[in-house]
Design a protein around this ligand. Structure first.
Ligand SMILES: NC(=O)c1ccc[n+]([C@@H]2O[C@H](COP(=O)([O-])OP(=O)(O)OC[C@H]3O[C@@H](n4cnc5c(N)ncnc54)[C@H](O)[C@@H]3O)[C@@H](O)[C@H]2O)c1
Length: 231
């Protein structure tokens, strides 16, 4: 959990071949993007790639990519480039996804169903071990092969599976209570989809996902483009 906690402080401690270094948060945020690009290259049977090829696949510029990878002690080989499989392993290890992370999802409505059915979590090392909902009418429903259980079972599930990461997909009005119960149960990292700010004690990390904010940013730029076109 050390690297996840470090996100909160803006820096994480990196394992390097020579000495311990700090990785800037912006670099940490790009590591999963590199990991996804490298996974695609591995799947396509690519053994080595240049920084330019990897940068293009990840959608960043190559100088930034080389700088980012230097924090991991990865410099590639002149004339050959990066060993794709090894670099993927290095990044996965740095992020912490070479190990399996049991995850609980709370709130099994529209979004909770979609998240539970998303196969991309498992393939990236996140195993959904429980689906929890406060609504008794949802009990007994099976989503992606997992029973929907009572939210009251949270403590037992966290203990049983050693869950460190919880996902909130409840209405905003319930999110703070759900977060409090997660923290009490021992969860120390929360992915919050509810459109509200949740308060957590020190040592607990929260990442927020809000697609409507992304759409609003696009709307802002779209509005400017349209204004420029008609000016
Ligand atoms: N972040 C995003 O981009 C994004 C996208 C879509 C929806 N959302 C948000 O995700 C949340 C869920 O959306 P939805 O469409 O699935 O809603 P929904 O109403 O279909 O599902 C919400 C579920 O949460 C359960 N719930 C309510 N209170 C609870 C509690 N205290 N403990 C446990 N379960 C509880 C309900 O019984 C219900 O099953 C909303 O907050 C919505 O705004 C976010």
């Amino acid at each position: 959990m050390a690297s996840l906690r470090g996100w909160r402080e803006g820096l994480v401690s990196a394992r390097t071949t020579d000495s311990a270094r700090d990785i800037p948060e912006a670099t940490v945020a790009r590591l999963p993007v590199y990991l996804r690009a490298l996974t695609t290259l591995v799947d396509n049977g690519t053994a080595t790639c240049s920084s330019e090829e990897l940068a293009a696949a990840a959608g960043v510029n190559s100088a930034k990519l080389r700088k980012d990878l230097s924090y991991l002690g990865s410099y590639g080989t002149r004339g050959v480039g990066y060993d794709v499989d090894y670099l993927r392993y290095q990044i996965a290890r740095e992020i912490g996804v070479t190990q399996d992370w049991p995850v609980v999802i709370v709130g099994i409505g529209n979004l909770g169903h979609a998240l539970a059915n998303f196969s991309g979590f498992r393939s990236r090392g996140f195993r959904v071990v429980a689906l929890l909902d406060a609504d008794p009418t949802r009990r007994g429903e099976v989503v992606a092969g997992i029973d929907v259980r009572d939210f009251a079972d949270l403590d037992a599930i966290v203990r049983e599976h050693g869950v460190a990461i919880g996902v909130i997909a409840t209405p905003a009005t319930a999110a703070q209570d759900v977060a409090d119960r997660m923290v009490e149960a021992g969860i120390s990292s929360i992915l919050n989809f509810a459109p509200t700010v949740i308060a957590v004690p020190a040592g607990v990390d929260v990442r927020k996902v809000d697609l409507s904010i992304e759409l609003q940013i696009l709307a802002y730029h779209e509005q400017r483009k349209q204004a420029e076109a008609t000016a």
